[in-house]
Design a protein around this ligand. Structure first.
Ligand SMILES: O=C(O)C(=O)C[C@]1(C(=O)O)C=C[C@@H](O)C=C1
Length: 287
């Protein structure tokens, strides 16, 4: 087939895809409406999980994709595409279905609880998320739905005040223990935990100075802890300076000669830093 015929074929497939994606979105909206109807039929037990985001269902969908996929797309790519497709449906939901009062407590992904504070209006608490930059961290549900936030406390505040529908906070770290600030806040908050996700932790050392000129290393205390062996071995005399977040570390390191940050790879582009070493975490993850 010549180039123009191939492009015609792609155009035709794109047309089919657009129609199918919208058809899928309409069915997904119908599912939302059905869940809402089931929940408001007063018997919450009929539909104990009338949320927009249903992690267990999404997991089933991704498992099914794995079985269906014959390539050439790899599984991660296909899953990423579907994740975006599903998440974009959230944005066209007229309003999210009511929350369940019976969903079991899971970890990590926060959501306003049914017994929210009086000052929160249900509409603002359930507002559809706004797409923002694709270059944000913590993208579990879909990359571009995430607003970057400097601190875990801010994530709690944002969900409690209805500025966003969901928030993701770190909870526990296999190599460096519990994330205390999250645990402390969980004691007081009326938010409910909605889902749990396991994330591989990968740290990068970045600096605009050469490796042998690094005198100080900024990072969040958790990240400094997770890279302790690396730092002890390769930068034993560099001062380790804990800061509020790994992105704050990147921002500081970008301004100073002889300073480095331990942060995620995405910070290189965001803060104009050179990547000096990748995957410096002491415990290698399988993710
Ligand atoms: O199956 C559901 O409960 C849906 O709401 C549909 C759907 C989807 O679009 O496939 C949408 C959101 C959920 O997180 C999971 C699945």
């Amino acid at each position: 087939m010549d180039l123009s015929a191939l492009r015609q074929k792609i155009d035709s497939l794109d047309t089919t895809l657009v129609n199918l994606l919208n058809e899928r979105a309409r069915v997904s909206l119908d599912v939302g409406a059905a869940k809402k109807a089931a929940a408001s039929a007063s018997d919450v037990q009929k539909d104990p999980d009338p949320h927009v985001y249903i992690p267990t269902r999404e997991k089933q969908i991704y498992e099914k994709l794995k079985r269906l996929n014959k390539g050439p797309l790899n599984q991660d790519s296909l899953q990423a595409i579907f994740r975006e497709v599903i998440v974009f449906t959230y944005l066209v939901y007229p309003s999210a279905p009511p929350r369940s009062s019976t969903h079991p407590l899971l970890r990590s992904c926060l959501h306003p609880s049914p017994c929210k504070k009086k000052s929160q209006s249900p509409t603002s608490a359930r507002r559809a998320p706004t797409p923002t930059s694709a270059r944000t961290t913590g993208s579990v549900i879909a990359s571009h739905m995430f607003r970057r936030s400097g601190s875990k406390v801010y994530v709690f505040d944002a969900v409690e005040r209805g500025r966003t529908t969901y928030g993701i906070v770190p909870f526990e770290n296999s190599s460096y223990g519990s994330v205390v600030v999250t645990l402390d806040r969980l004691i007081d908050t009326e938010l409910r935990i909605r889902a749990e996700a396991y994330l591989g932790v990968h740290h990068t050392l970045m600096s605009n100075s050469p490796l042998d000129a690094i005198k100080k290393v900024y990072s969040h205390p958790q990240a400094l802890g997770q890279c302790k062996r690396y730092l002890d071995t390769h930068h034993p005399v560099a001062e380790r300076i804990p800061v509020t977040s790994t992105s704050a570390a990147a921002e500081l390191a970008a301004r100073e000669t002889g300073a480095a940050a331990i942060c995620s790879l995405v910070c290189a582009e965001l803060y104009g830093l050179n990547v000096r070493e990748q995957n410096i975490e002491d415990v290698k993850s399988e993710f």
